[in-house]
Design a binder for this molecule. Structure first.
Ligand SMILES: C[S@@+](CC[C@H](N)C(=O)[O-])C[C@H]1O[C@@H](n2cnc3c(N)ncnc32)[C@H](O)[C@@H]1O
Length: 218
């Protein structure tokens, strides 16, 4: 997997982990150019997080989306962010943990969470970090931890189509992002058992898929 300076050294067995948590937090705040709250807020809306929901954010990084989801799930609900990077979890705990928002170390493709224990699973800009050969297992894990009728919202990087944009992304973020096959997310979710509800573009760089686990909501 291509690594950039921003990512730092990944631990063994987690090639997509980002170790430079504070640098990522800064980069994320700057790169969104004042739109981070609106864009991540839109993801929470698309996932239809409401008061009382139990929400899981996979590949949560420093926990920005987890925290917005936790606010939407309050009162009565809770959001937990999982990430394979210890520095990311430490940064999230330091800055965003509270009574309705928590964080723990975990791997998307082998989650510790119990079967049918969440109403909503969200994930932003993380799927392309999961090794390609582990992505089907990660989608199967999302399905397993959701209760029947639960919702999943995946947002991932949509590479630019133009030559110059592709060159820039390749040079700065690496070929994994430049060649990110976002069009495979919906079919892979369907293969895991989900019913696809919508495929949308929330900004020029975010491809979003909303899907549901079949079955009646309790
Ligand atoms: C680009 S960051 C996105 C962080 C956050 N979701 C956001 O939107 O700002 C990708 C995150 O996925 C994490 N990650 C990489 N591989 C993972 C895996 N197999 N399981 C869980 N998290 C993983 C990285 O450590 C990193 O924090």
């Amino acid at each position: 997997m291509h690594k950039t300076r921003l990512h730092g050294k990944a631990p063994d067995g987690a090639p997509g982990a980002i170790s430079h948590a504070f640098a990522y937090e800064l980069f994320s705040a700057v790169a969104f150019n004042g739109t981070r709250k609106r864009i991540f807020g839109r993801l929470v809306e698309l996932a239809e997080v409401t008061a009382g929901d139990e929400v899981l954010d996979i590949g949560c990084g420093p926990g920005y989306l987890t925290s917005l989801a936790a606010d939407a799930a309050s009162p009565g609900g809770h959001a937990v962010g999982v990430d394979v990077s210890e520095p990311m979890i430490a940064q999230a705990q330091r800055t965003r943990a509270n009574a309705h928002c928590s964080f723990q170390l975990g791997k998307a493709e082998a989650l510790d969470q119990a079967d049918a224990s969440f109403d909503v699973v969200v994930s932003s800009l993380a799927v392309h970090h999961i090794p390609a050969e582990a992505r089907a297992a990660a989608f199967a894990e999302m399905f397993r931890v959701l209760r029947p009728g639960g919702r999943v919202l995946i947002a991932d990087f949509l590479p630019p189509k133009g030559k110059l944009g592709r060159r820039l992304v390749g040079a700065t973020a690496g070929e994994t992002m430049r060649d990110n096959p976002v069009e495979r997310i919906a079919p892979m979710l369907a293969d895991a058992g989900f019913e696809i509800r919508s495929t949308t573009q929330v900004s020029w760089f975010l491809h979003c898929v909303r899907a549901d686990k079949p079955g009646a909501a309790e």
